[in-house]
Design a protein around this ligand. Structure first.
Ligand code: AMP
Length: 283
C-alpha cells in the first residue's frame, strides 16, 4: 500500500465524478447539541424526491465492482472502492474480494484491510459496519465503510459521551451515560497497529453483545483509531428516518422537513434508543 493513499483517493474521486461513475448528492448540515456533545444532522431533500435513482435488482455492485470506483487492492482479500452514491466526498468501501455475507463476524483479514486503509490516510475517519437486516445495510456482499470525520469533530458524539466519565482501557465497557445498549472498548497502541490484536478486541466486544442478544442480532459497529463500539439493533428506521452505524456515531441523515421536525422534537438519543435497545444492566 502506497503512503500516498490520500492522493489516490482524491484522484480517483475527481475522475469518477467527471466520468459520471460517482453521484455526489448535495446536503445541508445542522448541529444538534445533546448531553454536552454536538450531533450532526445532514438534510438531503434530493433523496426524498428521487428515491429510486439507484438501480434495483439483485446484481452485486461489488462483484464485479466498477473499475472507475476502484482505489486500491488491500492485499489479496479486499478492495478499496469509492461509494458510488455519496453525500460526503471520499466515502470509501472496503469490500471482500470473494463473496462473503454482510453480517458475518469481522475477521483478522477484514481488520488488516481496515488498518491498511486508515493508517495510510492523513484524515481522521470513522470506520463502520452495518451487520444484519435491522442494521441499515443495503448490500449483502460483505463491506466495511470509511468516512472522513467532520473537521470540527474530535470524536463522534456517542463515543464522546461514552468517554465522558469512566472508560477503562482494555475492557469492554458500558456507560450509564448513554440511554441505548452499547458495548465499547478503548484500543491500545498495539491494537491500533496489529490486525490480530484488533480482531481479538472486536471478538471481546462481539462476545458481550451476542451473550446478551444472541448471535442472530443485527448490530452496528463504529470505530475510530482509538475506540470501537457495537450497538444492537431492533429496527432499521424510526418514523421514516433510516439509521445505520453513522446514526450511532452521531451523524444522522434526514430527507424531509417532517423528519427534521420529528428529530428536533424527540432528540437523537431518543431515536437511537428506539431503533437500538434501551440500555439495561444486562452485560
Ligand atoms: P450499506 O447501504 O450500508 O449496505 O452500504 C452500501 C453502500 O454501497 C451504499 O452506501 C451505496 O451508496 C453503495 N453502493 C451501491 N452501489 C454501489 C456501486 N455500484 N459501487 C459502489 N458503491 C455502491
Amino acid at each position: 500500500m502506497s503512503r500516498n493513499l490520500d492522493i489516490k483517493v482524491r484522484q480517483c474521486y475527481t475522475r469518477a465524478v467527471a466520468q459520471g461513475a460517482l453521484l455526489f448528492t448535495e446536503s445541508s448540515i445542522s448541529k444538534h447539541r445533546e448531553h454536552g456533545e454536538v450531533f450532526e444532522v445532514r438534510f438531503v431533500p434530493a433523496l426524498a424526491k428521487k428515491p429510486s435513482n439507484r438501480p434495483k435488482g439483485s446484481a452485486n455492485p461489488f462483484l464485479p465492482y466498477d473499475e472507475r470506483l476502484h482505489v486500491a487492492k488491500l492485499g489479496s482479500t479486499h478492495h478499496l472502492l469509492l461509494n458510488k452514491y455519496c453525500v460526503v466526498p471520499h466515502h470509501l468501501l472496503i469490500t471482500t474480494a470473494e463473496f462473503r455475507q454482510q453480517g458475518e463476524p469481522l475477521t483478522e483479514a477484514d481488520f488488516s484491510a481496515v488498518l491498511n486503509t486508515i493508517n495510510n490516510l492523513t484524515s481522521r475517519n470513522i470506520v463502520f459496519y452495518n451487520s444484519g437486516d435491522n442494521s441499515g445495510a443495503s448490500q449483502p456482499h460483505k463491506h466495511l465503510q470509511v468516512l472522513p470525520m467532520p473537521e470540527y469533530m474530535d470524536v463522534p458524539p456517542s463515543i464522546g459521551i461514552w468517554l465522558q466519565y469512566d472508560s477503562p482501557s482494555g475492557q469492554v465497557h458500558t456507560s450509564d451515560q448513554l440511554p441505548f445498549a452499547h458495548y465499547g472498548i478503548v484500543l491500545d497502541q498495539d491494537q491500533q497497529q496489529d490486525p490480530v490484536r484488533l480482531a481479538v478486541a472486536y471478538k471481546m466486544v462481539y462476545d458481550k453483545l451476542t451473550a446478551a442478544y444472541g448471535t442472530k442480532i443485527s448490530y452496528n459497529m463504529i470505530m475510530t483509531k482509538t475506540v470501537m463500539m457495537l450497538f444492537p439493533r431492533q429496527h432499521s428506521s424510526w418514523n421514516g428516518i433510516a439509521i445505520n452505524s453513522l446514526g450511532f456515531a452521531g451523524l444522522v441523515l434526514t430527507k424531509t422537513k417532517e423528519e427534521q421536525e420529528l428529530l428536533d422534537r424527540y432528540g437523537i438519543l431518543h431515536i437511537l434508543t428506539c431503533v437500538g435497545y434501551p440500555r439495561t444492566n444486562k452485560k
